[in-house]
Design a binder for this molecule. Structure first.
Ligand code: ADP
Ligand code: MG
Ligand code: MG
Length: 207
């Protein structure tokens, strides 16, 4: 489709909650190698709370929906990922406006969300965080945007996965993984992994 309706955004969040639940074991296993073994349980708890908050609620706009999503993640996830994803969704929603969302507006919203993650976490590409998935995903989205949001979201998910994989050999410079120094190299980043799941579910539900 050419535009995203508000109902599709809530379908995205429900699908993401399901996929996070299915992948919670994997995410926690990745975090056990270079963190504190809680990324799966953090994200699962957060997205379960998001679904509970969406159930039975009515939202006048996508902005309101994502305000709820973001605030729920900030308040229910104690780890680094809660405030980072929470900020993403708050900033993302803030750019969506009232009506159906076109490819350009969706791109602006994705950029605003990622700018929020960077402001909060101060990570750059190469630091081995979720930013290593997000930045190439945005570049791919921008490059494909003229082909429609369907194509652009799929390109973003694929580029995000390549960015996630490119970060695996790197030494972490932000977050708990950085405490390991050189020993963080050779391990896939949990947050980059959950970010790719978010992008893949976006391509599946919003396109
Ligand atoms: P915690 O590290 O507090 O236990 P999680 O395990 O839920 O939190 O999340 C870890 C993930 O958060 C990492 O894999 C990384 O992708 C991401 N992360 C950590 N610090 C930052 C940061 N400063 N900027 C961006 N992402 C970060
Ligand atoms: Mg952790
Ligand atoms: Mg933790």
């Amino acid at each position: 489709a050419d535009v995203v309706e508000t109902a599709q955004f809530s379908a995205w969040m429900r699908r993401y909650a399901d996929v996070i639940h299915e992948n919670a074991g994997l995410l926690t296993e990745l975090d056990s190698a270079i963190g504190d073994a809680d990324h799966g349980s953090n994200m699962d708890r957060g997205m379960t709370a998001v679904v509970a908050a969406l159930d039975g609620a009515e939202f006048a706009s996508a902005a309101e929906l994502f305000k709820k999503v973001g605030m729920t993640l900030v308040s229910s996830v104690g780890g680094a990922s809660g405030p980072l994803y929470g900020t993403f969704f708050l900033r993302f929603g803030g750019k969506l406006g009232d009506g159906p969302v076109d490819a350009a507006t969706l791109g602006d919203a994705l950029h605003a969300g990622v700018d929020g993650i960077v402001q909060r976490g101060k990570a750059a590409v190469g630091d081995k965080t979720m930013i290593d998935a997000w930045v190439p995903a945005l570049e791919a989205y921008d490059a494909a945007q003229a082909d429609g949001l369907d194509v652009a979201l799929r390109a973003a998910a694929e580029a995000g996965a390549r960015g996630r994989d490119a970060a695996t050999p790197l030494v972490a410079h932000k977050g708990r993984a950085s405490y390991l120094g050189e020993r963080s190299a050779g391990h896939q980043d949990p947050g980059a992994t959950s970010t790719v799941l978010l992008l893949e579910t976006a391509a599946a539900t919003l396109g």
